[in-house]
Design a protein around this ligand. Structure first.
Ligand code: ADP
Ligand code: MG
Length: 348
């Protein structure tokens, strides 16, 4: 028996993994994407291709589903809100309005009394040139950034002097953190104080893109407890339903900073497909479809390697051992810096 037909906005690898997890627990999915070749359509039951502001296409999509979720946060708020008037959207659209914008997101985290990097907004060149106490730092577009896109490292006063920004966009500047490591905590919230939470995941980035992730993270007990508590608190404060990820920085003095919040399943949680009895994707589906919460347990320690650009070519013909799980995102075109697949290795 089909319990619910879930609409998923976005058709990339996160959409594919959500659709696969849904199938496993007998939930039908419809993917809505503005990419005709969206890989997730290969894993879903139905597919609607259209722009995210095309009302006819949105209506066509909405008619096919009982409720709606999304795999990326940069969907126009108006689109989510309009859909929410007809079919429930979870997590609720107002959350996206905060998290889509780096300034509102950081203001929100500070209001929760959690530490972020030092940051400020930049609206014009005069403001930019005055931000000398943020050097060395990093300028980020306030909206639509991912995998380091829209980011400019500023290593010296000279670079601050010389950089030209397009002020049709909004920016923030952040002070650079002397990183010891990066970790993330993934939590699925089912309702008031009802959670399944994964242990912190240790992440290595290369050129601002996630390269690999592992559990357990090599961190102190204090950082472990603090990072889990902060993530739970953030989910509660947002009244979040579904899976959310909090990305953290740990500096050389073992201070914890929230880097950013992803209001969705996250790349660092791909290993949960194989390392846990219930993956971040299945927990997300369970939470948004109102299914029963099941105790989530780790079965194995694990490591995940992102296959970026041409990396995928080596793995396509490789033979794998029974503790290795290769995922090909089935993207039509290989591009540098594009996430093409991943490999999870379990420690058995
Ligand atoms: N203030 C900072 N200090 C040190 N490293 C940073 C800082 N901001 C970003 N980075 C590096 O760049 C990566 C991507 O930045 P992030 O803000 O998470 O943007 P994105 O939205 O592209 O993931 C981080 O995971 C980290 O490795
Ligand atoms: Mg990030």
């Amino acid at each position: 028996m089909v319990k619910c037909t879930l609409g998923i906005i976005g058709g990339g690898q996160l959409g594919s993994m959500l659709a696969s997890a849904a199938k496993k627990i007998n939930i039908e999915t419809v993917i809505f994407s503005d990419d005709q070749n969206a890989p997730a359509q290969k894993f879903s039951d139905n597919f609607v291709f259209g722009k995210y502001n095309d009302e006819d296409k949105i209506n066509e999509f909405v008619e096919k589903v009982d409720m709606v979720t999304f795999e990326f946060e940069n969907i126009p708020f108006e689109t989510l809100n309009k859909i929410n008037e007809v079919k429930k959207v979870l997590p609720k659209p107002s959350i996206n309005k905060i998290i889509q914008h780096r300034l509102y997101e950081k203001d929100f985290i500070n209001k929760c009394n959690f530490r972020t990097t030092l940051y400020d907004s930049i609206k014009n060149d005069k403001e930019l040139k005055s931000k000398t106490n943020f050097v060395p730092g990093i300028i980020k577009t306030s909206t639509f950034g991912y995998d380091g896109k829209g980011q400019y490292k500023i290593n010296s006063m000279k670079e601050l002097e010389e950089i030209n920004l397009d002020y049709n966009k909004e920016y923030i500047i952040e002070k650079f953190i002397n990183l010891k490591k990066e970790i993330s905590v993934i939590v699925t919230r089912f309702g008031n104080q009802k959670y399944e939470i994964y242990e912190p995941i240790e992440n290595v980035h290369d050129d601002q893109i996630l390269k690999n992730s592992k559990i357990p993270a090599e961190i102190s007990d204090e950082i472990l407890k603090k990072s889990k508590n902060w993530a739970k608190h953030i989910a509660e404060e947002l009244d979040f339903i579904g899976t959310l990820c909090v990305e953290y920085f740990v500096d050389k003095k073992d201070n914890l900073f929230v880097n950013e919040i992803a209001p969705r399943v996250h790349n660092s949680g791909h290993l949960t497909i194989n390392s846990h009895n219930i993956s971040q994707f299945e927990n997300h589906i369970r939470a948004v479809c109102g299914l029963k919460r099941k105790e989530t347990k780790k079965l194995f320690d694990a490591k995940m390697i992102n296959l970026i650009g041409n990396d995928i070519l080596i793995y396509k013909d490789k033979k794998f051992s029974d503790n290795e799980f290769f995922f090909d995102y089935l993207k039509k075109e290989i591009k540098p810096k594009r996430k093409m697949g991943h490999l999870t290795i379990l420690k058995k």
